[in-house]
Design a protein around this ligand. Structure first.
Ligand code: FES
Length: 157
């Protein structure tokens, strides 16, 4: 079913089009804008972004599905995204992931049956000096220990 972007999203995207050298360069920030408006960046939302940018939908979908931060599949209320790149791996990322899998009763890449949490491993979060790192929703957390993970899980509503 076709979706329409809100007036605010359309205006923000229009402003970006004026600032960026090409419409293609606006795809990434435009997807960030619509992620605040839609829970799921599905084909219909990609089409709406493509229409706003006058680009092929497949190009927008390609960008949306390439990056982990865009919800192109249903996900839980909370996102637990653990960095599994080398610096974090050397500092215990696998241990962090296994600990969270045990606590949540799911494997990486899955969502808890109640839809509360989605757990994923992903690429470098550009904060390697605080490895091991993870995002809890939009907040970065580092130097993760089991105590810190318990605290973070306890803060989720
Ligand atoms: S490798 Fe984990 S933040 Fe860079």
């Amino acid at each position: 079913m076709a979706v329409e972007l809100s007036k605010e999203s359309r205006e923000q995207i229009e402003q970006l089009i004026e600032r960026y050298p090409t419409r293609r360069a606006v795809m990434l920030p435009a997807l960030h804008i619509v992620t605040k408006e839609f829970e799921l960046i599905d084909d219909d939302v990609c089409q709406a972004v493509a229409d706003a940018l006058h680009l092929p939908m497949v190009d927008v979908k390609g960008v949306a599905t390439f990056y982990d931060m865009f919800p192109t599949e249903p996900r839980g209320k909370h996102q637990l995204l653990v960095c599994i790149n080398l610096p974090c791996a050397l500092n215990g990322a696998r241990r962090v992931l296994r600990y969270l899998e045990g606590k949540l009763g799911i494997k990486a890449g899955e969502t808890t049956p109640d839809g509360r949490c989605t757990l994923k491993g992903l690429e470098c979060l550009a904060a390697c000096d605080r490895a091991p790192m993870m995002y809890v929703n939009e907040d970065l957390h580092g130097e993760l220990t089991e105590d810190k993970l318990d605290q973070l899980l306890g803060e989720l509503t």
